[in-house]
Ligand binder design. Structure first.
Ligand code: BES
Ligand code: ZN
Length: 587
């Protein structure tokens, strides 16, 4: 039972969606038809779909005749139930529709918001419950479907989707086919001026012409990552693994759309130091896409497993020290975040009744989820745990499962093997209670111990230029900045800036922390860069802490509102949803 969908799949279930669409940048509209194939255990029941911000034009049954339909009352986050009266013989329905300016999944970008500034661009973001804003369907992660699509875009533009590419037809429309059942939030599309560069036989990267070669360089290790993942979790089952680098307003770091990870250009640091994002999205090809959270209360099954796998992939390719360093930073971030979270939001198996699934989007499902799995690994040993994980994926492949089903499988296939070991893991505490259990693993990195030394020296008065920072990449710098944050003032920031040029760094991860500190300590020389960053980057994880820091003072609030007035139209709906709340704008 999914409280975030209107559908009643045990009565009538959608099994396949066949899309025929046209992308119209001028009207900012996708229009066309979707034919839904149905499984009908209850022949008396109507078909109930989710729809939000869609203009429904007509609904027809299998024989081509019109069918009665109605849109129920609209819930601000869930949208409406679209109820269709079926005739006895209907095995399909055909819905003609178009999207509207309220279709939150879609972001329509003007040429100025792209890297090449030449042509408009469109991308979609389906997770968690936005697919219903561009396709009427049963938008629940427990209702898996296959899909195919035919999409016309403007002359000269390329359309890509989260599916196997099936060529172009005579009219120049792009064709796609996803023949493995996926949750609807994984249907995704992008359309713009795109080029492709291969990385290996089955991996490659799409991006705007001016970005694609840089992206190819940054992601050169992708094939190695796929091979490492296969050794750990079993065969990669989705054919190709490509990435697309989107324009900077993309609201996430990455999104694991099958066959085609969507990624922010802010990971292109030039030194491959942020490629754990690729390991993460790739890992979702198992955790999330192959075995999916059945409801958004089980979101930790997607993200906790994925952070754990991400770390295993990173360890295999870049060594245990790099993996530990990233894990230690992840834990530090979680501990800072948890201090601000209500107890109910610190729980892995989260209650979401009356709430939007996005309310559960915190570090908890990610980092606490991964630590839980680390803990099991630690107690049972890597060999046993890896065998368990392999069998878990094989047993649940292409299925959506709940936390309860996971626990059942864990009890039966691992905990029953050794009751004494199992007794060391308090499942209830990990899954249903707030906070971090005392037995949570604490990853420790040697490199970061070195950084701690330098933090100590800086605090004791050593000049920035005399610190030993040689060889530091992103993570040591992040740890350094977080470590000195409380002891800073504008004068100290100026000296650090002179030595390390933080304000002009091309590393967005470091820049984000630096800019937050600049707001906190009123370091004015970073103002221009801050405004520029807020006006181009739409990645929510970066923007949220910056706006939050600004609204802490009266003067900052005025500034935040002034910048946001200009920047808001440049952000995706998922980002504006969050920032609106920080700035006290009503929904
Ligand atoms: N699946 C998530 C993104 C997501 C989650 C979108 C929930 C909408 C709702 C994706 O895999 C993710 O976790 N992205 C992270 C990157 C990662 C390296 C932790 C991000 O975007 O920051
Ligand atoms: Zn993820």
């Amino acid at each position: 039972m999914d409280i975030h969908s209107h559908c009643e799949p045990e009565r009538v279930r959608v099994t396949h969606a066949s899309l025929d669409l046209e992308v119209d940048h001028a009207k900012k509209e996708i229009r066309g038809t979707v034919v839904l194939s149905l499984d009908r255990p209850d022949r008396e029941a109507p078909l109930v779909l989710d729809a939000k911000g869609l203009a429904i034009e007509s609904v027809k049954g299998s024989d081509g005749g019109v069918r009665l339909w109605s849109l129920g009352p609209e819930d601000a986050s869930l949208g409406s139930a679209l109820t269709i009266e079926l005739l006895w013989a209907d095995t399909t329905v055909r819905i003609a529709y178009r999207t509207t300016e309220r279709s939150e999944a879609l972001q329509w970008l003007g040429p100025d918001q792209t890297a090449d500034r030449a042509e408009p661009f469109l991308f979609t973001q389906g997770e968690p419950i936005f697919t219903r804003t561009w396709i009427p369907l049963q938008d629940s992660p427990g209702v898996r479907i296959t899909y195919d699509a035919r999409v016309r875009g403007p002359e000269g533009q390329t359309v890509v989707m989260s599916a196997e590419q099936a060529g172009k037809d005579a009219e120049g429309a792009f064709r796609f086919r996803m023949d493995r059942p996926i949750p609807p939030y994984l249907i995704a599309l992008a359309c713009g001026r795109l080029e492709f560069r291969p990385i290996s036989e089955r991996c490659g990267v799409w991006a705007e012409p001016s970005v694609v070669d840089r992206a190819r360089e940054e992601f050169a290790d992708t094939e190695k990552m796929v091979q490492a993942a296969e050794l750990l979790f079993g065969p990669y089952r989705w054919g190709r693994y490509d990435l697309i680098v989107l324009p900077p307003s993309f609201p996430f770091g990455g999104m694991e759309n099958p066959c085609l990870t969507f990624a922010t250009p802010t990971v292109l640091a030039g030194d491959r130091s942020l490629v754990s994002l690729v390991a993460h999205e790739l890992a979702h090809s198992w955790s999330g896409n192959l075995v999916t959270n059945a409801t958004w209360s089980d979101f930790w099954l997607n993200e906790g497993f994925t952070v754990y796998f991400e770390s295993r992939i990173m360890e295999r390719i870049y060594g245990v020290e790099r993996a530990r360093m990233e894990a230690q930073i992840g834990l530090a971030d979680l501990e800072r975040e948890m201090k601000e979270l209500e107890p109910r939001d610190q729980v892995l198996h989260i209650h979401l009744r009356g709430r939007h699934p996005d309310d559960g989007f915190t570090g908890v499902p990610y980092v606490k989820g991964a630590l839980f799995l680390r803990r099991i690994e630690e107690v049972f040993g890597r060999g046993s745990f890896d065998r368990f994980l392999r069998s878990y994926f094989d047993a649940h492949a292409f299925r959506s499962i709940t936390t309860g089903q996971f626990v059942q499988y864990l009890e039966r296939e691992l905990f029953s093997l050794d009751r004494a070991l199992a007794a060391q893991i308090d499942l209830h505490k990990w899954l249903e209670e707030p906070g971090l259990p005392e037995d949570a693993p604490r990853p420790q990195s040697k490199t970061l111990v070195e950084v701690d030394l330098q933090i100590g020296r800086w605090k004791a008065g050593t000049a920035p230029g005399d610190l030993e920072t040689r060889g530091w990449v992103t993570q040591p710098w992040l740890h350094f900045l977080e470590g000195i944050g409380d002891a800073l003032d504008a004068g100290a920031m100026a000296k650090l800036d002179e030595a390390f040029r933080f304000t002009s760094t091309g590393n967005s991860e470091v820049l984000d922390v630096w800019l937050r500190l600049a707001i906190q300590h009123r370091y004015a020389p970073a103002d221009t860069r801050l405004e520029n960053f807020l006006m181009t980057v739409g990645r929510r994880k970066y923007l949220e802490p910056l706006y939050k820091e600004m609204v802490k003072t009266g003067e900052g609030k005025v500034r935040a509102n002034a910048i946001y007035a200009k920047a808001r139209p440049l952000y995706h709906a998922m980002t504006t949803g969050t920032i609106d709340e920080i700035l006290g704008r009503k929904k």
